[in-house]
Design a protein around this ligand. Sequence first.
Ligand SMILES: [Zn+2]
Length: 397
Amino acid sequence: MSSLAGATQDEVRRSNLSLVLTLLHRRGAQSRSQIVATTGLNRSTVGDLVSELVDGGVVRESAGVSGGVGRPSLRVEPVAEAATVLALDMRVERTVAAVVGLGGRVFSRREQRHAGESQDELLDQVCEIARHVLAEGPGLASWVGTGIGVPGVVRTDDGLVRFAPNLGWVDVPLGDRVAQSFRSSFGGERQVAVRNDSDLGVLAEQIRGAAADADNVIYLSGDVGVGGGFLIDGQPLVGAGGYGGEVGHMRVNPAGGVCRCGAIGCWETEIGQDAILRKSGAATLNETLDRASGGDAQAQQALAEVAQWLGLGLANLVNIANPQTIVLGGHLGAVYAAQPTVVDRFVDGALPAPREQARVVCAALGAEGALIGASEVAFSGLLADPIGVLARAEKAS
Ligand SMILES: [Zn+2]
């Protein structure tokens, strides 16, 4: 056999291992028959792949329950503590950190509220909380990756946060800074993937949430600002530098207010939390929702106006991206739940053909979307090449 043919066979094997481990990571324990049915691989190939993953320590087999006549099929499940990742979600008001195992099990989790720290202090705090959750996890030997979500525009190559207006950040080298801190604390090459939090949100909702198995998804995060994450034909929309999908800064109202980005009339100025509070006169979103459900006309009007702007922008996105599922996170989910007919009526302004295919839903993962997405990005290297990554991790530890 020529070396080229050998290499190709290796590639096929690696890709099949990736397919099987990704399935187990996302769906949990499966019988061998289920793996055969889902992957389309034949039974003996699946047997070989499972054996190799068992040898690698990332899956285990146990006697399953018989689903009918004949021998019970073996249950194959991911070993959560065999491979873990560090996931961080930097929000405007707090940082959340977790160590997550293969299959999605959370081993440790911490939150730290921000209290007006300087940029340097905040970066130190991120490294500090990371060391704490790692110490509470199953150990550094299983640590295969790190993902961080940030509410801003991120250069994905090196994790430079170009612009995070709600954190007050411009060109902050978050990825390099955290990787350097980990190298000095723990040694080894520590890759850190930094992503926009909405890009992580769409990934999480597609893998484990409200857009399960949809390949064309738009996710809108509703926090202090409004971010957008897109999956187009199963691939994240990143753009030339990683900056794509900033729908919160679509300019929708020339007569609108000044946005944190400096422009006038961004969508965020019409559907962000501040817009709701400004219109309702309430101190919090919950107070607005309570007042509206108690019959307060000003609160109801505020939600209806925001619902109109929300539906109008969504209609444009439906025409541009032809999504199957639009997932509304944070306060935007609450606006939709309060005023679904207003939002839907404005989404109906889209062209009929893409409108028919678009389903608007509230996020299933609540505020955890970006954190779960960060863990998925951190697992992507292992899932693409399970045996190669484990071999390298073993050498490094
Ligand atoms: Zn803006």
